[in-house]
Design a protein around this ligand. Sequence first.
Ligand code: B1M
Length: 232
Amino acid sequence: MSDEEIILSELSDDELVQQMHDDLYDGLKEEIEEGTNILLERGWTPYDVLTQALVEGMRIVGEDFRDGILFVPEVLMSANAMKAGMFILRPLLAETGAPKLGKMVIGTVKGDIHDIGKNLVGMMMEGAGFDVIDLGINNPVEKYIEAIEREQPDILGMSALLTTTMPYMKVVIDTMKEKGIRDDFIVLVGGAPLNEEFGKAVGADAYCRDAAVAVETAKELIKRRHNSLAGA
Ligand code: B1M
């Protein structure tokens, strides 16, 4: 323990958020939990804690990972610290009392074990009033098909964080087409290396830049679908 131990509760909001970025960088799970709770006690909304303290912190980790300053074991610790913060926020984001809007099945594609963004999308969708069935990571096409046939969701969401795994989304959508079930579901895709053009190219209904966009897009496409069914 250093002589200059930082007491998180004595920091101003700005200093605390800054400190949480540093703590996330250093993979300090307990400090992230404490910081998350302090910001909530100070009246921060769960969404602001999530985006300003956690997601922004992870963005910085991502840059240094890319630049070879951080390595997999360190980034794993950051990811675990981030997840501990998200674990506290999850029930708070979900308890908005919003009326049920629909159901989503979501999972990270085969070969890919990144799940923070996917979890975040799931949390935000729950908070917006969707039932979310989370298939986890590394999902082969069979798992997606089995889940949508079983759950009959309104939406299938797929996440990929690697340029090598994102083409797998097309495998899933093409299989849905072969089975004649593609148009029974809204397909949303997301993940850092994707873009709008890619979403169109693989045959998704939309690419979602982040979790907030995923929620807005899901609501909009569900509304459109209900309107067109009502008019049919
Ligand atoms: Co990985 N990794 N990683 N990694 N990792 C990236 C993705 C990378 C960009 C880092 C870098 O080099 N800059 C790079 C990919 C390069 C590329 O493909 N071009 C990379 C690499 C190379 C690797 C390994 C290959 C490293 C290695 O082993 N040598 C390896 C691959 C493992 C595998 O999957 N097979 C690997 C491993 C790991 C860890 C295990 C250490 C860890 C993952 C832990 C976990 O997820 N449980 C990890 C992490 C943490 C990252 C970075 C640093 C952060 C990702 C993250 O959680 N971001 C990442 C760097 C980066 O992305 N810049 C990186 C925070 C999260 C909130 O954002 O996931 O983008 P994101 O999600 C956003 C949006 O994208 C969107 O909404 C989310 C919330 O706003 N979104 C969706 C995401 N999914 C969606 C689904 C939707 C809608 C929106 O459906 C409707």
